[in-house]
Design a protein around this ligand. Structure first.
Ligand SMILES: NC(=O)C1=CN([C@@H]2O[C@H](COP(=O)(O)OP(=O)(O)OC[C@H]3O[C@@H](n4cnc5c(N)ncnc54)[C@H](OP(=O)(O)O)[C@@H]3O)[C@@H](O)[C@H]2O)C=CC1
Ligand SMILES: Nc1nc(=O)c2c([nH]1)NC[C@@H]1CN(c3ccc(C(=O)N[C@@H](CCC(=O)O)C(=O)O)cc3)C=[N+]21
Ligand SMILES: [Mg+2]
Length: 281
């Protein structure tokens, strides 16, 4: 038995409730507002921005994308973020990553006020998460937890293997899985004999950024496989990290790309923007 997990369908279903919450806030004179800062351009960031703008519009959020040229100075960027921190009409701030080489990413992330840090990347929110006392959490990791919940896939006592340890995906997901009583293994580019580790996973999550990276020989029969990757293949098609046709013959459940984790990331971002805005009522 094989189950295709549609993040798209789950996100659509939950968005209906969100719309009602926004109506409720509107009745109280509050329109949740989100500001997205994008420096230069990268493929995955452009997809993210486009889809966020669409969902925000459907929900009636006050959404604004602020683009900076790749050559913007660190100082100018930080001053701009600080102006958003002080703007009372702004609930939530998201700075798209990665940033260009000449800009210190840590410094920029630390500039975002923890109260408006809808990505959950600020050290305060990251710390809360790792103390099992989460406040605002990173959207992709949060979206994956919702996706599993909605698919009745439990995490307690499961062996969860996460490939990738970035601050955006792998690390926060490791914390959430640990908080949810999974036994967690985090693998990365220095991991020895990766296949022997991924083969142990009841739930395997790939956040590497390489097309066809996960193949059937790396997956235990019946395992759940979650594909975070956003890559272009040889034919310039959008694909994940998982070799879908190969792995679907052994996995028990799997997310597609597109239509898997991506829509859940956006849903979670919208949910958290609305949560922050509720504090204004
Ligand atoms: N769908 C969504 O909502 C989202 C999708 N993405 C996509 O997910 C992918 C990962 O993103 P992100 O976490 O930002 O990427 P990063 O490049 O920051 O991290 C990649 C991770 O993969 C590890 N890695 C690289 N090569 C190997 C290897 N051969 N074996 C094992 N591990 C390896 C790296 O290890 P090391 O740390 O040792 O370098 C690193 O930890 C990208 O395709 C991105 O576009 C990202 C965010 C959201
Ligand atoms: N601060 C920050 N936070 C992030 O969460 C972040 C980031 N920077 N930088 C870029 C990556 C990438 N990312 C995506 C989110 C959703 C889709 C998405 O909507 N995917 C659709 C694509 C469908 C399509 O339009 O083709 C899907 O998978 O179905 C893609 C990529 C978030 N990231
Ligand atoms: Mg940099």
């Amino acid at each position: 038995m094989f189950k295709l997990i549609s993040g798209k369908a789950i996100a659509q279903k939950r968005q209906e409730n969100l719309r009602l919450e926004v109506e409720n806030l509107n009745a109280n004179g509050v329109t949740p507002s989100l500001r997205v800062v994008l420096v230069g351009n990268s493929g995955p960031s452009e997809i993210y921005v486009r889809n966020k703008a669409r969902r925000a519009k459907e929900l009636g959020l006050d959404f604004n994308l602020i683009r900076f040229d790749e050559t913007v100075s660190e100082k100018e960027l930080i001053e701009f973020i600080d102006s958003l921190n002080h703007d009372k009409t702004v609930d939530a701030i998201l700075v798209q990553l990665p940033l260009p080489q000449h800009i210190n990413e840590e410094k920029v992330v630390q500039t975002v006020s923890p109260n408006k840090d809808v990505d959950g990347f600020s050290p305060i929110n990251f710390g809360y998460l790792w103390q099992n006392n989460p406040n605002i959490i990173p959207s992709t990791a949060g979206g994956i937890m919702t996706l599993l919940e909605e698919s009745d896939i439990t995490t307690t006592a499961k062996h969860v293997v996460i490939v990738g340890r970035s601050n955006i995906v792998g690390r926060p997901l490791g914390a959430l899985m640990l908080n949810s009583d999974a036994t967690v293994t985090m693998a990365h580019s220095k991991t020895k004999d990766l296949k022997s580790i991924t083969k142990q996973a009841d739930i395997l999550i790939s956040a590497v950024g390489k097309a066809h990276f996960i193949t059937a020989d790396m997956v235990k029969k019946g395992a759940t496989v979650i594909d975070v990757g956003m890559n272009r293949d040889e034919n310039d098609r959008l694909v994940g990290d998982v070799d879908f046709d190969d792995v679907s013959s052994v996995a028990g459940a799997m997310t597609p790309v597109p239509g898997g984790v991506g829509p859940m990331t956006i849903l979670t971002l919208m949910e958290q923007t609305i949560e922050i805005a509720k504090k204004r009522v």
